[in-house]
Design a protein around this ligand. Structure first.
Ligand code: ATP
Length: 292
């Protein structure tokens, strides 16, 4: 196989809790992850020279080792001692630096694609072990679907599929530094921790209203104060009929869940014509079987 096309899907967090800080700066988390139907396109071509060439439609993204696609290809080639090179074309559609694991999912798709292309037959677990060295969310982006993520993100437990629903994603044009958010998180007794175990039960019983009522992200304690737009978007989604709304990851993306297609479409058009229109997506939960 000399050419492979992959879809690298985005995630949202239905719940995100931080339960501790490690001396090395990493955080222990408990997160409920969910794949959504919004993806980057990754095309990988085998080339004869020992090079890694990355092209992307976003001029401001790096195409060197600072791009996670490049880093993933380099790691794979070195670990598996692959002599051939690769040309990767990355079509970004997932908002960048948005809390949707855009870079991690591109890295996951690249690892998976190269394992197919070079017939190296690594298992999913082996790919995940390789992936976590690139980023904490990469193992989940290989697994996908509904999952509990613990440790720094490397301990994954697949869960029942979350109940089907529409998911309206709105990314305001502000840059939120993940580092800033985690550094300013105060893990004291005032903090409201999401009920992760309750969320797992609600997912298991396929109860969308319960899932919606349990949406929670401890990082909002930092971002909602710092960026009032995030709270405004949440409020607007709820007033437009979302059953629940939450910031994903460290933000600034906000999503609203809808069990009514008409309301979801109306809300989508409302946001589309507004100031956040460029980065508004009407999507749904997804449980992909493969990367194609
Ligand atoms: P997470 O949810 O895992 O915190 P994110 O969605 O907030 O991730 P990304 O979109 O992965 O953030 O991008 C974060 C930074 O990583 C960007 O500023 C960008 O320069 C860099 N980056 C490297 N490779 C990629 C890639 N393939 N796609 C997007 N960003 C990338």
């Amino acid at each position: 196989m000399d050419n492979i096309n992959l879809k690298a899907y985005a995630k949202i967090n239905l719940a995100l809790d931080v339960i501790g800080r490690r001396p090395n700066g990493y955080h222990d988390v408990r997160m409920i992850m969910q794949t959504i139907r919004l993806y980057d396109k990754v095309n990988i071509k085998r080339i004869q020279t020992n090079d890694i060439i990355v092209k992307t439609n976003l001029h401001y993204l790096p195409t060197n080792e600072n791009n996670l696609v490049y880093a993933a290809a380099k790691l794979f080639k070195e670990t598996l001692k692959i002599k051939d090179g690769v040309h990767v074309n990355l079509e970004k559609r997932i908002p960048v630096a948005a809390g949707m694991a855009g870079g991690s999912t591109d890295a996951a798709a690249t690892l998976w694609g190269l394992n197919e292309m070079f017939e190296t037959k690594l298992t999913l677990e082996e790919l995940m072990k390789l992936g976590v060295t690139l980023g904490a969310d990469v193992p989940y982006c290989l697994l996908r679907g509904t999952a509990l993520s613990e440790g720094i993100g490397e301990i994954l437990t697949p869960l029942d599929n979350a109940p089907p629903c529409l998911c309206l994603v709105v990314k305001p044009p502000i840059s939120v530094s993940t580092k800033f958010v985690y550094e300013n998180l105060v893990l004291d007794s005032n903090i409201e921790h999401p009920n992760i175990d309750g969320m797992i039960k609600a997912i298991h019983s396929r109860d969308l209203l319960k899932v919606s009522s349990l949406l929670g992200n401890v990082l909002e304690s930092v971002t909602l104060q710092e960026y009032p737009q995030i709270k405004q978007i949440k409020d607007e989604l709820l007033s437009l009929g979302a059953t629940g709304a939450l910031m994903s990851g460290s933000g600034p993306t906000v999503f609203g869940l809808f069990n009514d297609k008409k309301l979801a479409e109306k809300a989508f058009y409302q946001f589309k014509v507004g100031e956040y229109g460029k980065q508004t997506f009407l999507t749904s939960f997804y449980h992909p079987k493969s990367f194609s």
